[in-house]
Write a protein that binds this ligand. Structure first.
Ligand code: ADP
Ligand code: MG
Ligand code: ZN
Length: 480
């Protein structure tokens, strides 16, 4: 029997994100990476007795922004809790996190699947501090601790178990990344590590209401790996059940070299964090006024920008969606528009040629070698009829591997259109003289033959003639 139809998969994701505030979440230390070990520390983030934490207002604002962008209710009463555990990367032996009064709850994120828009529920968003880093290969006898990272502001975004396939999970991650790009609250590459995801996965016989027992997958460092790890885990669980076994609640690690998951700890070994309210931090009251201020500061998000593109640039919904999914792609497009004043040509170029190259090279628009300014020179050449569309494509391809301007390249490649009727006149005469039959039929009313004549002239001019001008000239000639 087909296992895929017999079982239904249930997935919920927990995503961690580092916020790019200037300072750490509960102290004034710089929130920066790549510095000498333990140089960005103070009594608070070293966990020294007697030190007192203070909530970073900017981190709070960033977390609220994420809450708003994910359609959550931002809680007016926000409280911090201690999550107790002992580990050398955590000098206080507890992490300050949020338990029962997180910053935001009950939201959703729309993801675009092939034939539908699916709403994935967001259970909650909470703030917490990152731990330090243990370095094991520094010394053969000791493990070293670097606490520069301790106290880095994090938010955790927990989804409802609404996700049904590995593909949907990856799409959710990408959609989340797209929104976070718009909010501009996180540095670094969201795809490679700054969006850390744990996936909860279970299967149940199709039609059964009760969820199956879940496992939690960790250590997936790219969207592709999230998809692969979940896929592996689904088949592992189904196979286990089919063999008469039972899924046990476990935390499993994704092994990127073996492409499989393995046990990290089981439920019995799970931590009891003994959460309790952080006595050193008063609860934060998010007033309606503060909330309104933060709302005011929200940038134009993808859905609003998409509607504006449709109106302002007379764009189809599909084109507007594609252009606005990534903030950086939309920025690129609007920059091209600002230089060319020609949204139609700009969107054509970005949607067809630019996206094709990004795809082929597997790069982001921010890594694309042709700046909006350089692209706009090419677009202007075409708008001014100095090159035709096939030449435009050739010059574009040449620009990818060259620093030269579109104009220089077009000249070098001999692609500047001839709009000189003195040069074209003899060619037109020749083509007309060589094709008496077609001329006769044209004059008898077969006007479609215009395409034939223009094509012949274009060919004779080696593609350099300006087709508009040629059409005018041929039509005049045939009327006489
Ligand atoms: P914990 O704090 O122990 O990780 P939560 O109840 O907060 O547990 O759930 C964490 C994540 O697990 C959520 O994203 C939720 O949607 C998901 N989840 C809960 N139950 C299941 C299940 N049976 N199968 C798959 N995912 C689940
Ligand atoms: Mg969990
Ligand atoms: Zn500090």
């Amino acid at each position: 029997m087909n296992q895929e139809t017999q079982y239904e998969v249930v997935i919920g994701l927990e995503v961690h994100l580092q916020l790019s505030t200037n300072t750490k979440i509960f102290c004034g230390c710089a929130n920066e990476f790549g510095q000498p070990p333990n140089t960005r520390t103070c009594p608070v983030c070293l966990g020294l007795p007697g030190s007192l934490p203070v909530v970073n207002a900017r981190a709070l604002e960033f977390a609220v922004k994420v809450g708003l962008a994910l359609n959550c209710t931002v809680n007016p009463f926000v409280k911090f809790d201690r999550k107790n555990y002992f580990y050398p990367d955590c000098p206080k032996a507890y992490q300050i996190s949020q338990f029962d009064h997180p910053i935001a709850e009950h939201g959703y994120l729309n993801i675009s699947l092939e034939d539908e828009i699916k709403k994935i529920g967001i259970t909650r968003i909470h703030m917490e501090e990152d731990a330090g880093k243990l370095i094991h290969d520094n010394d053969p006898n000791y493990t070293s601790v670097d606490l520069n990272r301790a106290g880095t502001p994090l938010i955790e975004i927990v989804s409802e178990p609404d996700i049904r396939t590995p593909k949907e999970a990856a799409t959710y991650m990408r959609a989340l990344r797209d929104i976070l790009q718009y909010l501009d609250i996180c540095d670094g590459n969201l795809e490679q590590g700054s969006l850390r995801c744990d996936a909860n996965v279970s299967v149940r016989p199709r039609g059964r209401e009760k969820f199956g027992t879940r496992t939690e997958l960790k250590n997936m460092n790219s969207f592709r790996n999230v998809e692969k790890a979940i896929e592996f885990e689904i088949y592992r669980q189904i196979e286990l059940i089919e063999e008469g076994g039972e899924v046990v609640q476990q935390t499993r690690l994704w092994d990127t070299t073996k492409n499989q998951t393995r046990v990290m700890r089981s439920k019995e070994e799970a931590h009891d964090y003994r959460y309790f309210p952080e006595p050193d931090l008063p609860p934060v009251i998010v007033t309606a006024e503060l909330l309104a201020d933060i709302k005011e500061e929200l940038p134009e998000l993808a859905d609003v920008r998409q509607k504006r593109f449709m109106e302002e640039y007379a764009m189809s919904e599909n084109d507007a969606v594609t252009l606005t999914e990534s903030r950086y792609l939309a920025d690129y497009f609007e920059e091209v528009v600002s230089f060319t004043n020609s949204p139609k040509s700009a969107s054509n170029m970005v949607l067809s040629e630019v996206l094709r190259v990004l795809n082929e090279q597997s790069i982001d628009i921010r890594e694309f070698s042709v700046t909006p300014e350089r692209l706009s020179v090419l677009i202007k050449l075409k708008e001014e009829d100095k090159i035709n569309s096939s030449a435009m494509q050739e010059v574009f391809n040449a620009m990818l591997g060259s620093e030269k301007s579109a104009e220089e390249l077009a000249k070098e490649m001999n692609l500047i259109q001839v709009s000189d009727s003195g040069f074209l006149e003899p060619i037109v005469d020749e083509i007309v003289a060589e094709n008496p039959d077609e001329v006769k039929r044209y004059k008898e009313g077969k006007k479609q033959l215009m395409g034939f004549f223009v094509g012949q002239v274009m060919k004779a001019s080696k593609g350099k003639a300006n087709p508009k001008l040629v059409t005018e000239m041929v039509s005049k000639k045939l009327q006489s």
